[in-house]
Design a protein around this ligand. Sequence first.
Ligand code: UDP
Length: 242
Amino acid sequence: MQKQTLLYQGKAKSVYQTDHPERVIIHYNDDATAGNGAKHDIITDKGILNNHISALLYEQLNQAGIPTHFHQRLNEREQLCDKVQIIPLEVITRNIIAGSMAKRLGFEEGQEPPNTIFELCYKNDTLGDPLINDDHAVALKAATYEQLDTIYELTSQINQLLVALFAACGVRLIDFKLEFGINSQGNIVLADEISPDTCRLWDSQSQEKLDKDRFRRNLDGLTLTQAYQEILNRLQQFKEQV
Ligand code: UDP
């Protein structure tokens, strides 16, 4: 598959057209941003780690029958995916309360709610990705109610699969963000990366944070790459066992 023109340049990834009209190559770089781009740094090898982690998670989701954009990891920094039209929504799942929800609603971080919490944010950098509800998403023409039903159903299935997978690796999946796209057949598929940049992951025993909060909050101890490497090592061990 030949890499051609740059289609999209994101904060941590670039998307290239290939010689196949329905496939793109996604390249993971080492940029780390937080606070809607307010904090920025280059973290050597982060792109390599996230490419490996995301590919491994997508392989498991594909095997479980979740419709996704992912085909295969091509090399250290690139993966081959279906070309999709991204739905401009960030779908956040919270198993344990942390981050912006703890702050906004006065919860203590680490509390386990009786129910799983799903949130929608409108993907719009100028507006700072505001939290919205289903009616807003439909009014914005980001998705129809029917598409939202599919998105929530898939998100719930993905949450169950990922919680179990990470638990088998001694990791708690606290919360995470998903994005969906529409492929050339008009179907909704999971798209974008799933990595410690987009998930909160805590060690099941020590509760140590093994995710991007190390960067967001300048945590002492493990470096960001050491934490991400630990996640990758555990996922690779899990893959070898199954
Ligand atoms: N998240 C993300 N991209 C975003 C916002 C959030 O991947 O633009 C992920 C984040 O890593 C966490 C979850 O979504 O796993 C919930 O994030 P939260 O709303 O608490 O926001 P944050 O504290 O990251 O600002």
